[in-house]
Design a protein around this ligand. Structure first.
Ligand code: COD
Length: 163
């Protein structure tokens, strides 16, 4: 049986921190689904279709090896997506105690709901402070986001500012 995992997130936009988690998760599983999920607790910058497109381009640009599917999910519980594609694992990045506090209840509920386990990966220290909200803020105020995001995302945000 192939080992299938899901890396979910808002990815608004995908950052070098996300890409590092995707790269390492792709090395651990036979098939990886990177799934863009709307987080009702956050106000979005990019439409979901654009986030999917940027993730696909960033993965290609970075030459990340492995069988990777990029998708979005808005049909209900994330574990329903997992069940649909035969995934038994969610992979999430943990940067701080704040992430632990946010992710722990969800991990327990997802295991209760559908026997989907959550695997937490610690960040690459080089990107541990990077978040999409930081990128949105820097970009919105006209700053340089190149150190925090894949080149394709930096180009897109620069273009969006000039339009
Ligand atoms: N380094 C390492 N990991 C990182 C970094 C970084 N620099 N930045 C972000 N991450 C990790 C985050 O900790 C998270 O695990 C993941 O990457 C995605 O981050 P974001 O910010 O793009 O996405 P979030 O946190 O807004 O996404 C939250 C989800 C939508 C994934 C979450 O709310 C969820 O799992 N929802 C499920 C909805 C559901 O079914 N609920 C019912 C049962 S719980």
């Amino acid at each position: 049986m192939p080992r299938i995992a899901v890396v979910p997130g808002s990815f608004d936009p995908v950052t070098l921190g996300h890409l590092d988690v995707i790269r390492r998760a792709a090395g651990l599983y036979d098939e990886l689904h990177v799934v863009v999920v709307h987080n009702p607790g956050k106000s979005a910058l990019l439409p979901i279709t654009k986030r999917v497109e940027l993730i696909e381009e960033a993965i290609a640009e970075a030459g990340i090896e492995g069988q990777i599917v990029v998708a979005s999910w808005s049909m209900g519980l994330l574990v329903d997506y997992c069940t649909d594609v035969g995934a038994s694992v969610l992979v999430k990045g943990i940067r701080s105690q704040v992430d632990v506090a946010y992710e722990t209840p969800m991990a327990i509920v997802n295991r209760d709901l559908a026997a989907v386990e959550t695997v937490f990966l610690l960040p690459d220290p080089a990107h541990a402070y990077v978040s999409s909200s930081l990128v949105r803020q820097v970009s919105g105020l006209g700053g340089e986001v190149g150190p925090y995001v894949p080149p394709v995302v930096a180009e897109y945000l620069q273009g969006a500012r000039e339009r």
